[in-house]
Design a protein around this ligand. Structure first.
Ligand code: SAM
Length: 239
């Protein structure tokens, strides 16, 4: 008889941002497969004796390929009762969730998805910024700054992303932002549009840097460091 998989969004890193359901599933899990950004104190909620398996794609280790992670998940689910698949933020946002869902469906393994606090929402809260504004930001857009090969995606909707009346959040975009900025500027985004570089949100090294988009592109050209980061731009005035 196969087990049951709970996909659990761990939030941005601060264990106090876990949901009650996330904590419950962690306490009851026989095995927890976790990403790098979902490690640390969050794993303290797992019961002692549970298998804790890191399947992350960072931290200087060779990245396990996604099909390997999906296969591992299926194998654990076939031999354990309760599995937690822990992903940072919300599992459904830039988390390669669909590949793992397909693998479970093909293997006939039941699952549930527990939402988590997305890092983008936590970043706005940490900076005291509402992502929507009644008159100046009626739209929010989340995009990834890199495609499967690590490059700036070629099919980005630059007109939408250059709209100064929308709040935009770029995930995984530190390395490619200087190139993205050039394209956005060419599509009309003013260089003095407010931007926020939000690093290690809710973590011990959280850093929030307010710049313009033009200055942020220069700043990132000079170096990117390795903290996880989001780039927010648009009508980002405080309060
Ligand atoms: C694979 S994506 C997963 C996003 C996640 N599902 C979410 O809802 O936040 C990883 C990227 O999310 C962003 N991210 C996740 N946690 C973060 C944090 N604590 N601080 C800043 N950025 C974070 C970074 O852009 C990072 O490279």
């Amino acid at each position: 008889m196969s087990g049951f998989v709970s996909f659990v969004g761990s939030g941005p890193g601060d264990p106090e941002l876990l949901t009650l359901k996330a904590v419950d599933r962690l306490r009851r899990a026989d095995a927890v497969l976790f990403d790098d950004l979902s490690s640390g104190p969050i794993l303290g909620h797992a019961r002692s004796g549970a298998d804790l398996i890191g399947v992350g794609k960072r931290a200087g280790r060779a990245s396990p390929r996604q099909h390997h992670v999906s296969r591992l998940l299926v194998e654990y689910a076939q031999s354990n009762q309760r599995i937690v698949r822990l992903k940072s933020g919300d599992s459904g946002l830039f988390g390669r969730l669909e590949e793992e869902l397909i693998a479970l469906r093909e293997a006939g393994i039941p699952y549930e998805i527990i939402p988590g606090v997305p890092s983008a929402i936590a970043a706005a809260a940490a900076a005291g910024i509402p992502l929507t504004r009644r008159l100046s930001a009626r739209r929010v857009q989340f995009v990834t700054g890199h495609d499967i090969s690590g490059q700036l995606p070629e099919d980005m909707n630059l007109l939408a992303l250059a709209d100064p009346m929308a709040s935009t959040v770029v995930f995984m975009g530190k390395r490619t932002f200087p190139k993205l900025y050039e394209a956005l500027h060419a599509h009309g985004l003013p260089g003095d549009t407010p931007a926020l570089l939000a690093e290690d949100v809710s973590g011990p090294h959280q850093r929030l840097t307010r710049l313009t988009v033009a200055d942020l592109a220069d700043h990132l050209r000079a170096g990117i460091g390795d903290a996880p980061a989001l780039i927010l731009y648009g009508p980002l005035a405080e309060g």
